[in-house]
Design a protein around this ligand. Structure first.
Ligand SMILES: [Zn+2]
Length: 324
């Protein structure tokens, strides 16, 4: 699948950003630098269709612009995991209501603070949702954030968009369904939450897993690749042969899809850590093309191999500078 085809298949942020295949082709630029893509995401998001899939027993998956969204229709109303991008919040809320069969919006869980997962918080809260997240997600949403690799400032969210209930472990008892929420040590950010619908055997991973593409790892939010590997191991421990996994981005996945992503992360980690030990700069690490043999399989999403190398290396550097 080339970048344009992927884009057309409507796979969310990863898919949307694949228009960038054309951007790179049209404009000679550094294809290891993701920052120029960010300004182009907004207009792209407007055009991505929103699609809903029925996962059975009251659970739906909504995909399109931004991260993947789960909607569970329970006895006290709808429980939604992630709220998508701000510029499409109303459309996404409409899609949620449509699969929700007229039930009120009870609660919204944020897997983390990024704009493509928590960007609809304001609209969802106005519609009645109580927002649940980790303490670090609330902290980052409530203060200005600067994402270094994207050169992107995120202003503080308005008060109504902030999580009302914060914690690291929750169990929701929704009729016959039990939903277990658990935070992990810093991985994609420092506030990631795994959401496990136990009865359905469905796990929403947030951006701890992007299916079939290089994931973002947000060093500016204390994310790092070692944490991503540990988080993948932890999620895999909770899976069985029939578990379905909703990744942060990309199509519905199986545990073996997640295991393949974990293996790729380990390979990249094992190649980049010695470069850092040897004192190489980020530019030297990128120039060595450490992901060359992986790019055909993983480099068709938002990040090229060069960008992913940059993101991982910056995270490793920051982690080491922090004495960890
Ligand atoms: Zn994210």
């Amino acid at each position: 699948m080339n970048r344009r085809e992927w884009m057309q298949s409507g796979l969310g942020l990863a898919g949307a950003a694949l228009v960038t295949g054309r951007i790179w082709a049209d404009e000679p630029t550094d294809d290891s630098d993701p920052a120029p893509l960010i300004a182009k995401i907004g207009p792209m998001m407007e055009k991505i269709p929103i699609e809903a899939a029925d996962l059975g027993n009251g659970l739906h998956l909504i995909q399109g612009p931004g991260g993947n969204i789960a909607v569970f229709n329970g006895p006290d109303g709808l429980t939604v995991v992630d709220s998508g991008v701000p510029m499409r919040a109303k459309d996404i809320l409409d899609a949620v209501k449509k699969v929700g069969g007229g039930k009120p919006l009870a609660r919204l869980i944020n897997t983390h603070w990024h704009f493509d997962h928590a960007g609809g918080n304001e609209v969802f809260a106005q519609a009645g949702a109580t927002i649940i997240a980790t303490a670090n997600t609330r902290k980052r949403l409530s203060t200005e954030q600067y994402t270094e690799v994207f050169k992107m400032k995120s202003p503080p969210a308005p008060a109504i968009a902030l999580p009302v209930l914060t914690g690291e472990v929750f169990q929701l008892h929704l009729g016959n369904e039990e939903v277990h929420l658990a935070s992990v040590p810093p991985a994609h950010t420092d506030g990631d939450l795994i959401v496990h619908f136990k009865g359905q055997d469905v796990i929403h991973t947030g951006d701890l897993f992007s299916h079939g593409i290089y994931p973002n790892i947000d060093a500016s939010s204390d994310g790092w690749i070692g944490g991503m590997i540990a988080a993948a191991d932890r999620i895999l421990k909770h899976t069985g042969p029939k578990t379905r996994i909703i990744p942060g981005h990309g199509p519905l996945a199986t545990p073996s899809d997640l295991a393949a992503a974990r293996k790729m992360l380990q390979t990249v980690y094992d190649r980049l850590a010695p470069m850092l030990d040897a004192g190489k700069t980020t530019e030297q690490a990128i120039a060595a093309k450490p992901t060359a043999d992986l790019d055909a399989a993983w480099g068709k999403g938002f990040f090229t191999g060069g960008m992913f190398t940059r993101v991982v290396y910056e995270g490793l550097k920051r982690r080491r500078a922090g004495g960890k």
